[in-house]
Ligand binder design. Structure first.
Ligand code: GRF
Length: 200
């Protein structure tokens, strides 16, 4: 089974959804490592509960970004990680890192890209008055929220929705589709040609 690592900085609801999907046997991968850049993040508690190894690697502990990322890469190589799953990881990876794991880093973003990039995808979608919201899973490239799209899913925004209810619906959708997209990757069912990701 393919070794995968999740990178997260916060609450970790997607991490938990991925771990659960593996436990149920729906997602056939080995969640070998959680990489977290924040010692106070809730995701660390979730990893402990799920008995998944976690490493806290904090940027502040390193003289520069290069050394920080080298330390992460060392940990990934040691565990033979073949896929990096970003799930609320609040750091931008350098192009050197992205090159090292080219087409092996995926991210989930809570909007229909290329709309509403950045850290407030759900709020920006809601405030804009959109009628449809959604989630995008994509490969990472050098630009922010930009790489080839693997999967998107949508939900309507009802008039009675508040930002809070919309957030709930988006997260539920994320938890459903992220394990599915990871499963396609680990089963070698994705092929990328330029911006197009084909599913076989
Ligand atoms: C998710 O909404 C994800 O789309 C975004 O960050 C959030 C992480 O949430 N990239 P959680 O930590 O998985 O609960």
């Amino acid at each position: 089974m393919m070794n995968i690592a999740v990178f997260a900085s916060g609450r970790g609801s997607n991490f938990e959804a991925i771990a659960k999907s593996i436990k149920k046997g729906e997602l056939q991968a080995n969640l070998a490592l959680l990489v977290c850049d924040n010692a106070k993040a809730g995701v660390l508690v979730k990893a402990k509960r799920a008995k998944i190894e976690s490493l806290v690697i904090e940027r502040e502990k390193f003289a520069n970004k290069h050394d920080f990322e080298r330390d992460i890469i060392k940990a990934l190589k040691l565990r033979k990680i073949e896929l990096i799953v970003l799930a609320g990881y609040m750091r931008i990876l350098s192009s050197e890192f992205v090159q090292e794991y080219k087409n092996k880093i995926i991210n989930i973003h809570p909007s229909l890209l290329p709309s509403f990039k950045g850290t407030q995808g759900i709020k920006d979608t809601f405030d804009y008055g959109s009628k449809i919201a959604g989630v995008t899973i994509h490969f990472i490239d050098e630009k922010l929220d930009h790489g080839p799209i693997i999967m998107q899913a949508t939900i309507p925004i009802a008039e009675k929705d508040s930002l809070k209810t919309l957030e709930k619906k988006i997260h539920k959708l994320e938890h459903q589709i992220y394990p599915q997209a990871i499963n396609l990757f680990v089963k070698h069912k994705l092929k990328t040609l330029g911006r197009k990701v084909r599913i076989y």
